[in-house]
Design a protein around this ligand. Structure first.
Ligand code: NAD
Ligand code: UDP
Length: 309
């Protein structure tokens, strides 16, 4: 049994990760400031004596005794990370420093949940880990993109300078149950709109692409990365099946039998035109590849949202 800290543990991905690690017999400390996460996501875990919730903000240092750390704390949807951009940057940078200091003191292995956003609006397609990205440093997405890039830098400098045992993953768009229905990301927006019979809002002309990974696959990849030896990363984790946003909208309408009509809204600035992971490294070093196809994953997600809204 390991004592494992999950920062951002009350969020969408964090709550699934806590559940998985708890089921494997570990003791979990879930740390979250509940900015975008919710106690509802972890309510079913609170009665487990091996689960502990701490309300804390990662921009402040914390002293804990742990064996492993997953650092997920950071708002992930554009409307949420743009709500208070300075706080978002502090969360990535001060958060990384504070949690890396904790890893250094406790000699814990620490995993950073980085993002495909480090590739910005990529000029190389699909994106391998060797691509350094194309990020606007002064745009409305920069607080998130540059914060995550700086956090990667901090992870590698703590590794080189202090020998901290790091793991860095770059997560591509992931969806599934426990996404916040108001969080503004495309999968949750489209499903909620379709289920309510509201207009489905495509930003821009819908030709931009994304590659969507189901949460269970992603969590499996994260856990494999933590237990892999001699792999610091960065390693891309995502589903390489690429589609346009318009195709996603049509798919959601079809699967929900919705009468919603599709409408078009302005494209936010710096919205990446294309995104698809190269996952060869994850296949080779983690023996990982996603198993759940989009139809199946969307059905689970639609089922979840139809119960909660
Ligand atoms: P989420 O918003 O549901 O979860 C983030 C969690 O972090 C929330 O519970 C939030 O309350 C908490 N948090 C935010 N700021 C904090 C702070 N200062 N101190 C403590 N807790 C704080 O989003 P998610 O999709 O679960 O994302 C989790 C992690 O994965 C994030 O780091 C995100 O950048 C990364 N990621 C997610 C995706 C995706 O598609 N879901 C893609 C790339 C990267
Ligand atoms: N998007 C959209 N309608 C929405 C929400 C998002 O067309 O209601 C688009 C958005 O402009 C982007 C894509 O869907 O091109 C994915 O957006 P999301 O916020 O989910 O993730 P990210 O842009 O960070 O990949």
């Amino acid at each position: 049994m390991k004592r494992i800290l999950v920062t951002g543990g009350a969020g969408f991905l964090g709550s699934h990760l806590c559940e998985r690690l708890l089921n494997e017999g570990n003791e979990i400390i879930c740390l979250d400031n509940l900015f975008t996460g919710s106690k509802k996501n972890i309510r079913h875990l609170l009665s487990n004596e091996n689960f502990e919730f701490i309300r804390h903000d990662v921009i402040e240092p914390i002293q804990l005794e742990v064996d492993q750390i997953y650092n997920l704390a950071c708002p992930a949807s554009p409307p949420h990370y743009q709500y208070d951009p300075i706080k978002t940057l502090k969360t990535s940078v001060y958060g990384a420093i504070n949690i890396l200091d904790l890893a250094k003191r406790t000699k814990s292995r620490i995993l950073q949940s980085s993002t495909s956003e480090v590739y910005g609006d990529p000029k190389v397609h699909p994106q391998p880990e060797t691509y350094w990205g194309s990020v606007n440093p002064i745009g409305i997405r920069s607080c998130y993109d540059e914060g995550k890039r700086a956090a990667e830098t901090l992870f590698f400098d703590y590794h080189r300078q202090h020998n901290v045992d790091i793991r860095v993953i770059r997560i591509f768009n992931t969806y599934g149950p426990r996404m916040n229905p108001l969080d503004g990301r495309v999968v949750s927006n489209f499903i909620v709109q379709a289920l309510r019979g509201e207009d489905i809002t495509i930003y821009g002309d819908g030709t931009q692409t994304r590659s969507f990974c189901y949460v269970d696959d992603l969590i499996d990849g994260i856990v494999r990365m933590m237990s892999a030896e001699n792999v610091t990363g960065p390693v891309n984790l995502g589903n390489p099946t690429e589609m346009t946003v318009a195709e996603l909208a049509n798919k959601v309408v079809q699967l929900t039998n919705s009468k919603s009509k599709i409408i078009y809204k302005p494209l936010p600035s710096d919205d990446p035109v294309q995104r698809k992971p190269v996952i060869d490294l994850a296949k080779e070093s983690l023996n990982w590849s996603p198993k759940v196809n989009l139809d199946e994953g969307l059905k689970h997600t639609i089922n979840y949202f139809s119960k909660i809204i």
